[in-house]
Ligand binder design. Structure first.
Ligand SMILES: CC(C)(COP(=O)(O)OP(=O)(O)OC[C@H]1O[C@@H](n2cnc3c(N)ncnc32)[C@H](O)[C@@H]1OP(=O)(O)O)[C@@H](O)C(=O)NCCC(=O)NCCS
Length: 205
């Protein structure tokens, strides 16, 4: 390009430096929330294998790749890279035997004028109904707002997923409307209720 030709004017987003945030770790009752490590791969595979059928009833089916060890080495590395790049924070929930018993994902981060991420979560079938996910989500949401400084968290659930509806309502998520044919789950385009929570203490950067 000659020096006379116009320069591209901000069509591509600027390349941001990686964030320098310490890896988060929280204890909720007797569970620890943190990113996965290479030594956790058997525990992660164990979680998806034990809960494959259960999780698939309410969210996208467990990908068959998630049941193999070979998938998780690169995926765990990728999760750390996404964390450093401010694109996601993928928590695994560990019990006192270092078994993975749940996940909380803050993903699809978009900054610019949006500062938004998507929340997803799941819990071991054997630990349902004890208020664990509600408590763990409070901690993850506080982290997303106070440390990651998101302005908005979006979470979507199937109308038949009454537990998820109840949790999100208790946490203050506001319903924004029913999206028809939203996710392809078990061969059917399922509608999802779209909800969001906004951060009243968001700080312009
Ligand atoms: C959704 C999920 C994470 C809930 O975990 P959990 O630890 O059992 O949830 P909690 O105990 O914290 O809260 C569940 C709430 O739903 C209520 N609830 C339970 N069964 C219910 C039902 N059939 N109808 C309505 N509410 C119900 C509980 O009473 C509780 O509310 P309360 O604290 O006011 O009593 C878990 O069921 C799960 O992993 N489901 C499969 C994956 C999934 O659905 N992910 C979310 C996709 S949007």
């Amino acid at each position: 390009m000659s020096s006379q030709e116009p320069q591209s004017r901000g069509i591509l987003p600027p390349v941001l430096p990686p964030v320098n945030r310490p890896l988060p770790e929280f204890v909720v009752r007797d569970l620890t929330l943190r990113l996965g490590q290479p030594g956790d791969i058997d525990a992660i595979v164990g979680y998806y294998s034990r809960n494959q059928e259960y999780l698939g009833r309410f969210s996208a089916p467990v990908n068959s790749k998630w049941l193999g060890r070979e998938f998780w080495g690169p995926r765990v590395e990728e999760m750390h890279a996404s964390f450093r790049d401010d694109k996601a924070c993928n928590f695994f929930m560990f019990d006192d035997k270092r078994r993975v018993v749940g996940v909380i994902n803050l993903s699809n981060a978009i900054r610019g004028a949006f500062h938004c991420c998507t929340l997803g979560y799941g819990l071991d079938q054997d630990l349902q109904g004890r208020g664990l996910m509600t408590e763990a989500l409070k901690v993850a949401i506080r982290y997303a707002f106070e440390e990651m400084n998101f302005h908005r968290i979006e979470a979507n659930y199937q109308p038949k997923n009454l537990k998820s509806e109840n949790i999100l309502r208790k946490l203050g998520f506001i319903e924004e409307g029913l999206a028809q044919s939203y996710l392809y789950i078990n061969g059917i385009w399922e509608p999802h209720m779209k909800t969001s929570l906004t951060n009243q203490n968001w700080r312009p950067t």
